[in-house]
Design a protein around this ligand. Structure first.
Ligand code: ADP
Length: 317
């Protein structure tokens, strides 16, 4: 648990739709303000249900959800400060892009001039300036998803909940949107929970990944934590095919500097945040180990066996 109080807390949350089977069994999660957490897991593992409970569209069966330390079990959805984006945004076909984005504001009886100004601003954030008067069908799939994101942003929510928002898109468009969206939420300082079934996507955009199975989180951590230290075979299988070259950093594979007695004066040096790819480049040009520095001070050593183990993943002995 971080020292700063979390923005969102799920505490022992359970959910049963039929009064019997728990589809969310014991869900505990703290999300810090500004954090980007991806939820990964097979279909039916309870990911959407958790977001629906946080958004207030489904009641919890047991447990408590907190926003800034206040229980919100009885707070209606529109007072939770949450925006949602789904895989299929169901834009209204006969309304312009501008009016689609402005629709939630219309429901809240915000004047036309104000809601159009907000809508145009939100469309600018997702790079759709110039498309305000188009109809949704005149836009590509990727652009329609961006309209959906603009609609979620229009009410300036503190938290964004994304349920496989890019899963239906072509791989290339998907990569572009991932990068664009990651930069946008960082710029706007939105706290984000993002469901995906794609590990590459989770690694690419999330600060932390929560891996779910059968209604519980089996492991949560940074992408590097999870890839280097999977807690069980289930997670190990999940992360098996991932290239560690850009993901794993020197600090997680190095040995302490004092464990290496020989003089290292001529050895190449790299910061502790250097990735395996960079360490390989340094290691091929020398017989010496690579010395790892932190703030310019030598703190560790990566020998060739260590480096090879790091590439292999997880095994440091
Ligand atoms: P995920 O998002 O991981 O695919 P869900 O939260 O959608 O998982 O579903 C978890 C379980 O809850 C599934 O078995 C699903 O069939 C069931 N479920 C989801 N929504 C409902 C609902 N509205 N009524 C009854 N059962 C539901």
């Amino acid at each position: 648990m971080s020292e700063e109080r979390p923005l969102v807390r799920f505490e022992n949350v359970q959910k049963s739709y039929d009064g019997e089977i728990l589809v969310v069994k014991d869900f505990n999660l703290d999300v810090a303000k500004g954090e980007f957490v991806t939820m990964l897991g097979p279909s039916g593992s309870g990911k959407t249900t958790c977001l629906m409970m946080l958004a207030g569209f489904e009641p919890t069966t047991n447990g408590t959800i907190y926003l800034k330390d206040k229980p919100i079990n009885n707070v209606p959805p529109h007072k939770r400060g949450i925006g949602m984006v789904f895989q299929h945004m169901a834009l209204m076909p006969h309304r312009s892009v501008r009016d689609n984005v402005a629709y939630p504001l219309e429901i809240r009886k915000i004047s036309k001039s104000k809601r159009w100004a907000i809508s145009d601003h939100a469309l600018g954030l997702v790079d759709l300036t110039g498309y305000e008067d188009r109809l949704p069908k005149e836009l590509s799939g990727g652009m329609q998803q961006r309209v959906g994101i603009a609609r979620a942003l229009a009410s300036d929510p503190e938290i964004l909940l994304m349920d496989e928002p890019f899963s239906a898109l072509d791989p290339l468009i998907r990569l572009q949107l991932q990068d664009q969206f990651k930069a946008l939420v960082a710029q706007l300082k939105k706290t984000t929970l993002f469901i995906t079934h794609d590990l590459d996507e989770a690694i690419r955009i999330g600060h932390r990944i929560a891996i779910m199975k059968d209604g519980v989180i089996v492991q949560i951590g940074t992408p590097e934590d999870i890839v280097m230290n999977p807690v069980d075979d289930y997670v190990r299988e999940f992360v098996q095919g991932i290239s560690k070259l850009k993901l794993v950093k020197a600090h997680s594979i190095m040995e302490p500097i004092d464990s290496h007695p020989s003089p290292l004066d001529g050895a190449p040096r790299a910061d502790e945040s250097a990735d395996l790819d960079q360490l390989i480049d340094l290691a091929v040009g020398t017989d010496q180990p690579v010395v790892i520095t932190k703030g310019g001070v030598d703190v560790g050593v990566v020998t060739k066996p260590r480096l090879l183990r790091g590439i292999q993943g997880g095994k440091n002995d």
